[in-house]
Design a protein around this ligand. Structure first.
Ligand code: GLY
Ligand code: MN
Ligand code: MN
Length: 441
């Protein structure tokens, strides 16, 4: 834990320097970030599960504490955390900081918004306020000003050592959960039972997941975001699980695919995809283009289709005629951090200009060359999605497909393999996910 406190202290120092540079550039005196408040469901007295927004979470590991505010000011090197402290007999005590973290912050307890307002700067136009709701009644042009948020989103693409450590830990915490899920699948469990095994494996509640567990058995493995988990047990053939764990608000985002029968063609296809995924990981690094890697991943998908006799033309032809888009309709990867799909991946610069993906690959979330300290996912896939296959069957390239082979694979759904990769400043790549599976017993 001591190590983490030290890393957190360095993280706060680095982030404060970055934010003070933003203050200088934008001529604001301070940036105030609200964690947010719980939201009631319409016509009900129940609140939705609360999670603080990533602008707040990248400073403060209090994702569940409503009414928290953070002040970073040009006048101080120490961020100030404002915590709402009022008597509440209905709920358990609010979430507290991890041990030792509180020493690194100046903490102020407040009881009302009017008291809170008295702590902040009063120069007109001097406060930039980042918040879903304008609880401080700040002038509209100072509420979520893009001159500030674009710079934050752009600079957050480079992760501090603390942030890398959090995602590394989030990967390690996910390993026992992924193993428990695999064992449950092999034991014939339903998707919902597998998700329960996953949660037990990481000792988390569903509300603590960084994103909803995707656990697809058989055909459901073809549903890219299959969250509506089946309660019925099925005769198992294949299983795709995409699930992470959150560590101090930072996510892991891990996908594995399994075949029930190790002798099946589908098992062989998983092995080929696994090798291709590792080659794609190795193709990353400083200065490397996510677009080039994405194009390469389509070449590899075409190769797999050829190897398993799903197409009767060359891999080059399948790539050129965009047949691979039917089998692989998502992007190769994205930035990872407080958001699973971290903001900033699509920015060209700190002014907030967008760098859109090529027209041919609209789902690609990141197009700018990789730089040091980024964390990317690498997650190629190959799926048998009935709706997309039907369009292919109706189209000009239908004759290039061996439809009986498609029928062979349809009952298995699909494959995705996803690891989390740190691009280090010395040029090395760290595969947080494979390292975790290797090292965590
Ligand atoms: N878990 C969602 C994704 O991999 O992008
Ligand atoms: Mn992902
Ligand atoms: Mn994922």
């Amino acid at each position: 834990m001591t190590d983490q406190v030290e890393l957190y202290a360095q993280h706060l120092t680095e982030k404060t320097q970055r934010f003070q540079a933003i203050l200088t550039a934008t001529e604001f005196d301070e940036i105030i970030i609200a964690a947010g408040d719980s939201k009631m469901q319409f016509a009900d007295d129940m609140a939705y599960p609360f999670v603080a927004n990533p602008y707040f979470r990248e400073w403060i590991p209090l994702g569940k504490r409503t009414g928290s505010y953070l002040q970073i000011s040009a006048a101080s090197d120490r961020p100030k955390l404002f915590l709402l402290c009022v008597e509440d007999i209905w709920h358990t005590a609010p979430q507290s900081l991890p041990p030792g973290f509180e020493r690194e912050l100046e903490i102020v307890e407040y009881a009302s918004i009017s008291e809170l307002k008295s702590y902040f700067g009063h120069r007109e136009g001097g406060t930039a306020f980042i918040s879903e709701v304008n609880t401080l009644d700040i002038a509209t042009d100072c509420w979520n000003p893009t001159s500030v948020t674009a710079q934050i989103d752009y600079q957050r693409r480079g992760k501090t050592v603390y942030e890398q450590d959090c995602v590394r830990r989030a990967n390690r915490l996910a390993v026992p959960a992924h193993r428990a899920a695999y064992e449950a699948f092999m034991g014939g469990a339903s998707e919902l039972e597998i998700a329960a095994a996953y949660l037990r494996g990481c000792n988390c509640s569903e509300n603590e997941m960084p994103y909803g567990i995707i656990a697809g058995i058989n055909e459901h493995a073809a549903v890219l975001h299959h969250h509506n988990l089946d309660k019925q047990r099925q005769t198992p053939r294949s299983f795709l699980i995409d699930a992470g764990v959150a560590m101090h608000g930072y996510a892991s985002d891990i996908t594995r695919t399994y075949a029930y029968d190790p002798g099946s063609d589908f098992a062989a296809m998983i092995d080929v995809m696994d090798a291709a995924q590792q080659e794609l990981v190795a193709g990353g690094g400083i200065g490397k283009s996510p677009v080039d890697l994405h194009v390469l991943s389509h070449f590899k998908a075409a190769d797999v289709l050829r190897q398993f006799d799903i197409i009767n033309v060359s891999a080059e032809d399948a790539f050129a005629s965009d047949i691979t888009a039917t089998f692989y309709p998502h992007g190769l990867g994205h930035h990872l951090g407080c958001n699973v799909h971290d903001k900033g991946g699509n920015l060209a610069n700190a002014q907030g200009d967008l760098l859109p993906p090529p027209e041919k690959y609209p789902k690609l979330r990141s197009a700018s060359p990789m730089v040091a300290n980024q964390i990317h996912t690498v997650e190629p896939g190959l799926y048998f999605i009935p709706a997309l296959l039907e369009k292919l069957r109706q189209g000009e390239h239908a004759s290039k497909i061996n439809w009986s082979r498609v029928d062979d694979f349809l009952p298995f759904g699909g494959i995705r393999i996803e690891d989390n990769i740190v691009v280090h400043a010395d040029g090395s790549l760290e595969n947080l996910t494979r390292d975790a599976f290797r090292d965590v017993s």
